[in-house]
Design a protein around this ligand. Structure first.
Ligand code: 13P
Ligand code: SF4
Length: 302
């Protein structure tokens, strides 16, 4: 089947079976085209929680599909590519964080949502890049432990200087590999473009940006702006959605910023998953119950 036929069959089956397809901004354009919702990790978590459908097919990496199940444990959540894992989520284990907490008694732990379900059972609250600053402020403490993204943690520190952010050593290789020189080269080629960067990038990259946003924040900022040209410093897939939403504007991706785990999700695997409604996301009941507290708290903070 060619791409058009695959898309048609996916749309037909999804309708017939009453399945909601959620897709992250980094998946390939063909998948964005067949999804009901394409968004950042916070919007997708809220959609999963609020969906009227009882079946969700999640096109993203593993922690996103797991979070959908944790937030809506009565729903069936299918993740077409269980091998699509976020490497950053493996950079902080439950046991390591439990040990770390002992060195900082009484200090709450804020976990980036890019973590395992098991780790979420021992933290106080989760956050995404869209609400990390709000979550830290909402805790109202003078110290927080932030795991695992060191770059996002440092960015939060600049926004909330009154709180001491105790950092962890994790990072996203896609964003951390972006150098200031890469950005300066793009800026010299497109001197009038607005530079938007994701807070998973290193501080020297964030310093060059006109604005720092989650992927959804970048879409909103571009929609509200009068500017016509944007340099988008995050995974390159986001620019597909931006171009589709705003064909009159120009979005320049960083071609080398590619999350291969997101790109594994193809029309063929989505169609197969829709046919079989497999592989389902499965987690132990006690993990769902305990991880839910930190995720529920995250989605409630507006
Ligand atoms: P967003 O929540 O901004 O979409 O980011 C998710 C992610 O994995 C960034 O690499
Ligand atoms: Fe994980 Fe980075 Fe891929 Fe996001 S872009 S899913 S943080 S590896």
């Amino acid at each position: 089947m060619d791409a058009a036929a695959l898309k048609e069959e996916i749309l037909r089956l999804k309708q017939e079976k009453g399945v909601l397809i959620l897709a992250h901004n980094y998946v390939i354009g063909d998948i964005q085209d067949i999804a009901d919702v394409v968004a950042d990790s916070l919007v997708l978590a809220r959609k999963a929680r609020d969906a009227s459908e009882d079946k969700i097919l999640f096109c993203g990496v593993d922690f996103m599909a797991e979070s959908a199940l944790i937030l809506s444990p009565d729903k069936t959540v299918v993740h077409p590519t269980p091998e699509s894992k976020c490497p950053m989520a493996a950079m902080a284990t439950k046991d390591e964080v439990v040990e770390f907490k002992k060195k900082h008694p009484g200090v709450p732990v804020v976990a980036y949502v890019n973590t395992t379900a098991e780790l979420k059972t021992v933290v106080d609250v989760c956050c995404t890049s869209a609400n990390a600053v709000k979550v830290v402020k909402a805790l109202g403490t003078d110290k927080v432990i932030f795991v695992p993204d060191c770059n996002l943690g440092q960015y939060i520190q600049t926004q909330v200087p009154e709180v001491e952010v105790i950092l962890w050593e994790g990072h996203c290789h896609v964003h951390n590999d972006v150098g200031a020189l890469d950005v300066m080269t793009m800026m010299s080629r497109y001197p009038d473009a607005v530079v938007m960067a994701h807070p998973e990038c290193k501080p020297e990259v964030l310093k060059l940006a006109d604005g720092i946003f989650s992927t959804e924040g970048m879409v909103k900022h571009a929609q509200a702006s009068d500017a016509k040209q944007f340099i988008v410093i995050t995974e390159e897939g986001l620019t597909y959605r931006m171009k589709k939403l705003m064909p009159e504007k120009e979005f320049i991706p960083l071609q080398t910023a590619v999350c291969h785990n997101m790109k594994r999700i193809t029309l063929e695997v989505v169609l197969e998953s829709l046919r079989t409604m497999e592989p389902k996301v499965k987690l132990p009941e006690d993990v769902i119950r305990d991880a839910k507290k930190a995720l529920d708290r995250m989605v409630q903070i507006v």
